[in-house]
Design a protein. Structure first.
Length: 398
């Protein structure tokens, strides 16, 4: 059996180059199992999957296989927060403490929601970040979050809130939602269920292991880390670095018995789902969000240029200049991955999901063979082929 023969799904005419790139990922870029889905102008034009779901058993990646997508989850969480904003539950430029009074402790009273969602609040770690019992008890978690002291003056610097951001978002949402729902529940009720998405920020017990892909961790070596900034490589070696501290508790979603933890929320990194679900969700936002009743004002804010901190967008944790806005990363001259109005989020290992409202694209790519590059070559090949398919060579500068 050749590697090409394990690929299933379809591409619409004009998008054959994406299928070729997807096949080449298996042949040339060490892909294990993966799926890619693309919507263009509201139509599903690419839906591909292939490879191995479980390397130990050799079971294939199926049409409905789901996988954990790490920080790509932040983008789906960001869509939920945007929808809550669209429904008038909060204002991005109001202080978090207006809606969550206890948050005002330790000098946090003036932190705006916009600053928090852009990783500018200095709250990249918190007490109990790796404690599953604390995370599972939302009231106890809220007390821990509220008493944290910022590591820098909010709004002056940026440091990736790798795990903490989702917990702060969720508690804010619990305060403004009339039903007091957590972020995972709000996403499920207001986005996933209405759109029929196979994506969960809180994976339910009834999802069987047979639908879940198991991960192959990246092999650490000179070739593996050549796509990472040197200073980030150094930071990853020191347990007290901002990068390492921000990631503490990132593996709390993994469960040896269940593969992934059930009925447990890690809104910044524990999302589990399909590429199809990610692409569909972003497609709705890329084409105006009418299916969800999204307000034009909210969409315009998602599309707008990011508001950088006073000392610029060079990230204290990631050691690179990377713009964040409203829970998403944004394209920039140094990271030109879509048109300037695009918004989305990549995840550790190579997954990526984003909306490009200018090109009317919703894109989703998921995998279980973890990579170690900030820009994964497999994802880059797929995105390049996608834009070429619609006649765009360089979307950021078109």
């Amino acid at each position: 059996m050749t590697k090409k023969s394990v690929i299933s799904g379809f591409v619409k005419p004009r998008f054959e180059a994406v299928q070729e790139a997807f096949a080449e990922n298996f042949e040339q870029r060490n892909e294990l199992g993966a799926a890619c889905c693309i919507y263009h102008r509201g139509e599903k034009v690419v839906d591909l999957w292939g490879g191995i779901r479980n390397e130990t058993t050799g079971e294939p990646w199926e049409e409905d296989t789901m996988v954990i997508v790490w920080s790509t989850t932040k983008g789906l969480a960001g869509l939920a927060m945007a929808l809550a904003h669209s429904r008038g539950l909060f204002d991005f430029d109001e202080c978090v403490s207006k809606y969550w009074p206890e948050f005002a402790q330790e000098g946090k009273e003036n932190i705006t929601i916009r600053q928090l969602l852009a990783h500018q609040a200095g709250l990249f770690e918190f007490d109990g970040q790796g404690d599953k019992n604390t995370i599972a008890d939302l009231d106890r978690l809220a007390e821990n979050l509220a008493r944290q002291k910022p590591a820098w003056e909010p709004g002056t610097k940026q440091g990736y809130h790798a795990i903490s951001l989702g917990y702060y978002q969720s508690e804010l949402l619990r305060h403004v939602d009339p039903n007091g729902r957590s972020l995972g529940q709000y996403f499920q009720d207001e986005i996933a269920t209405p759109l029929g998405l196979d994506f969960y920020i809180r994976l339910p017990e009834e999802i069987p292991n047979s639908r879940l892909a198991t991960l192959r961790t990246a092999k650490i070596g000179l070739l593996a880390i050549r796509g990472m900034p040197f200073r980030l490589v150094l930071a990853s070696m020191y347990k007290n670095s901002t990068f390492r501290r921000s990631l503490f508790g990132s593996d709390i979603s993994l469960d040896k018995e269940h593969i992934y933890a059930r009925n447990f929320e890690v809104p910044s990194g524990g999302g589990v789902g399909t590429a199809r679900a990610i692409a569909h969700a972003y497609s709705v936002f890329a084409t105006g969000g009418k299916e969800l009743g999204l307000r034009e004002d909210t969409l315009q804010q998602l599309m707008a240029p990011p508001v950088a901190p006073l000392q610029g967008s060079r990230d204290l944790a990631l050691k690179v200049e990377i713009p964040f806005s409203l829970s998403f990363t944004k394209p920039s001259p140094k990271t030109p991955w879509g048109s300037p109005s695009s918004f989305g989020m990549p995840g550790t290992g190579g997954s990526f999901g984003f909306a490009d409202p200018q090109a009317k694209i919703g894109y989703g790519y998921v995998l279980n063979g973890m990579g170690m590059s900030l820009t994964d070559p497999r994802d880059l090949a797929l995105r390049t082929a996608m834009y070429h398919s619609i006649g765009i060579t360089d979307p950021y500068y078109e």
